[in-house]
Design a protein around this ligand. Structure first.
Ligand code: GLU
Length: 475
């Protein structure tokens, strides 16, 4: 049973003035879950009325981030910049009904009001001076203000924060259209949410003070007021507001750091929402279990260690197609071509347990796809010594003759070699690692051989034997 009885029409409405950041992505996820859980509709709307600060690149980054996370929308993307005529039309309607008025007040006058309020220790507010002005003022392009009700209060039950009540005395007459004919945020957002029949507004709690003003505009327009859910912000692990200083903030930067979309999504859902002490949630679990009422009212702290833990969990358990597509993308980024080495599915099997991110996985897998230039000096000095020549030689012979190149057979070949020579495993294992990888770190030796493949393994053992021979000559 979903926690959303009727079909929810929710939306994500980012302003394209930067990348899709982690807080925005979480808001989007909650809105998406509400729509999916209720068999409703998830709308994407780009709030690009601020032409100075909105960029194409940011629109792209938002769309890419959403699609990487798999937060698909059913309607949109709508662009506010394409709806200007509609805002003007609705503004005109309010004007006609006397619910909005033209304001000609000069900057100086407004500044004066603000300063006087500040000096008196009060909240700055417009005094309604133009409410009753009859005549236009020559040479001044007016703004349009909403006539906020004088009496009464706005009350709403926030789905996260609970009951909120604000007296209308505290609200002033808000500018809804600027002198240049563009709408302000509070007006455009209401016109859009009405036109798009949004019945649940989920957004960051930095907007909570706007909501009573918006509710008054809904009422003035005779529209149904949607439900609201204001979700708290995300803090860095030191408790201060999450910023670049804490590492990646943009969703796509997390991708670049080697995280899987399902891991990040699971992590974001858990950040500020809980269901008992369960930590791992598939998308289907989230759709089934998510409820706004269980969203935390307090800001949540980002915890990279937990995200890493989840990421490793998904590396090991997510559907291979998803992981392999990401893995291939990461290989491409560092110039490695999967055709030059083992199938990525084999690589994943071996490496998933050993790393927390795909970036680590790719870094540690380079020798499976490309030859290394030279041996790590220290490792070679320590392990590629004359005593290693005989075991390497003997193993080489066995490997060349091996009927099948599979982990079990490879393990037996290494074991048989050390048994024959009556030496400890490490006497062959370490030189072999350095021979194959160029340094002393690798997965289990049989898996390492398996991934590198026969031809490349033999060539690399020969190269190590050469190195040892030269070392003998030089000494
Ligand atoms: N464009 C606003 C923002 O990015 C959206 C606020 C809302 O969802 O109403 O903060």
């Amino acid at each position: 049973m979903s926690n959303f009885p009727g079909p929810v029409r929710s939306r994500f409405a980012p302003s394209p003035t930067g990348y899709l950041h982690i807080g925005g992505a979480r808001t989007a996820l909650f809105a998406w879950l509400a729509a999916r859980a209720s068999g409703g509709c998830f709308i994407l709307r780009i709030e690009d009325t601020d032409r100075e600060r909105s960029t194409e690149a940011s629109v792209r980054a938002i769309l890419d981030g959403m699609s990487w996370l798999g937060l698909d929308h059913d309607e949109g993307p709508y662009f506010q910049s394409q709806r200007m005529a509609r805002y003007a039309e609705v503004a005109e309607k309010l004007l006609g009904k006397g619910l909005a008025y033209r304001c000609y007040c000069s900057r100086e006058r407004l500044d004066g009001l603000r300063e006087a309020a500040m000096a008196a220790g009060e909240k700055p507010r417009y005094d309604g001076y133009c409410r009753n002005r009859q005549e236009p003022v020559e040479g001044i392009e007016p703004v349009l203000r909403f006539r906020n009700p004088d009496d009464g209060a706005v009350v709403f039950d926030d789905r996260v924060r609970g009951r909120i009540e604000i007296s209308n005395e505290e609200l002033d007459d808000l500018v809804i259209m600027r002198a240049d004919g563009t709408p302000t945020y509070n007006f455009a957002v209401v016109v859009d949410d009405i036109d798009m029949q949004v019945n649940l507004v989920i957004r960051g709690d930095d907007h909570i003070n706007n909501t009573p003003r918006q509710i008054n505009i809904y009422r003035a327009l005779g529209a149904d007021v949607p439900d609201f859910a204001h979700v708290p912000m995300i803090l860095g692990d030191d408790g201060s507001r999450l910023s670049k200083r804490h590492g990646a903030v943009s969703v796509l930067a997390w991708r670049e750091q080697g995280y899987l979309p399902d891991a990040l999504l699971n992590y974001l859902a858990r950040l500020g929402w809980s269901h008992g002490d369960q930590e791992v949630f598939s998308r289907a679990d989230l759709v089934e279990l998510f409820s706004l009422e269980a969203v935390n009212r307090k800001a949540s702290r980002f915890d990279t260690a937990k995200l890493n833990w989840l990421n490793q969990h998904y590396l090991k358990s997510a559907a291979p197609e998803q992981v392999l597509a990401e893995l291939a993308w990461h290989m491409g980024r560092v110039g490695l071509d999967p055709v030059n080495g083992p199938p990525l599915a084999d690589l994943l099997k071996v490496q998933a347990d050993r790393v927390e991110t795909l970036v680590e996985m790719v870094e540690q897998s380079r020798p499976f796809y490309a030859d290394f230039e030279s041996f790590d000096e220290q490792a070679a000095k320590k392990h590629l010594r004359p005593v290693a020549a005989e075991p390497l030689q003997a193993l080489r012979q066995r490997l060349a003759d091996l009927a099948s190149w599979e982990p079990d057979e490879l393990q037996q070949a290494v074991q048989a070699t050390v048994d024959d020579l009556s030496i400890g495993f490490g006497k062959l294992g370490m030189p072999l690692r350095v021979a194959l990888m160029g340094h002393g770190m690798s997965p289990a030796i049989n898996h390492t051989l398996w991934l590198i493949g026969r031809d490349r393994s033999l060539t690399r053992i020969d190269r190590a034997l050469d190195y040892i021979a030269r070392r003998v000559e030089q000494s």
